[in-house]
Design a protein around this ligand. Structure first.
Ligand SMILES: [Zn+2]
Length: 114
């Protein structure tokens, strides 16, 4: 995913009265169902645009709680799509036989003793 797309889908602005809140999305799993949470990471007075928060966006993009780079495919992704901090789910599945996210329940079914 391009950095621009990642920013577009992972950050949003919410207005509260005279302030603009910058929020960053995190993705979590409830079994095989992904869900999102939004975290306010900056609040400033005025009607601002995402470009006004460029520094805060940069800082969060470098925050391993939210984003990381896969060591195998070099994709820069939200942590919710990572199998571990340096390995994405796609590579975990493709290169290591790990079954992630959507298939977790199926895995238990397929390997009842494992
Ligand atoms: Zn990868």
């Amino acid at each position: 995913m391009s950095r621009e797309n990642l920013i577009t889908e992972s950050f949003r602005l919410v207005r509260f009265a005279d302030r603009t809140h910058l929020q960053v999305r995190s993705v979590h799993w409830d079994g095989h169902i992904p869900y999102e949470r939004w975290h306010t990471v900056s609040r400033r007075r005025g009607e601002l645009q995402i470009s006004d928060f460029a520094q805060q966006v940069e800082r969060r993009l470098g925050d391993l709680r939210f984003f990381a780079t896969c060591k195998e495919c070099q994709e820069f992704l939200a942590r919710g799509w990572m199998h571990q901090v340096d390995l994405c789910q796609a590579c975990a599945t493709k290169n290591h036989g790990v079954i992630c996210g959507a298939s977790r329940r199926g895995r238990r079914h397929l390997h009842p003793h494992g």
